[in-house]
Design a protein around this ligand. Structure first.
Ligand code: 9UX
Length: 72
């Protein structure tokens, strides 16, 4: 069963940022579909909790150069 997680994202300044982050998140194993909204600074991630966990999303987001303000 898929789960959906909404995350706030900081550091996106143009539309290519959000497209790039979507691509990064979609590559995390277990992610079914991610959508990143530049204007609302939100990522929505549908994933299989048996294969992926939020910790992996945080790491991928930070590695891509963005931040999740609610995470350290
Ligand atoms: Mo835009 Mo974002 O020129 O990572 S791609 S700032």
């Amino acid at each position: 069963t898929a789960q959906t997680l909404a995350l706030p994202i900081k550091g996106m300044t143009c539309a290519t940022c959000s497209t790039r982050l979507e691509r990064v998140l979609n590559k995390v194993p277990g992610v079914i579909k991610s959508q990143v909204n530049l204007a609302s600074e939100q990522a929505s991630i549908a994933f299989d909790p048996q294969q992926a966990s939020p910790e992996q999303f945080y790491q991928a987001i930070v590695q891509a150069g963005f931040t999740v303000p609610t995470e350290g």
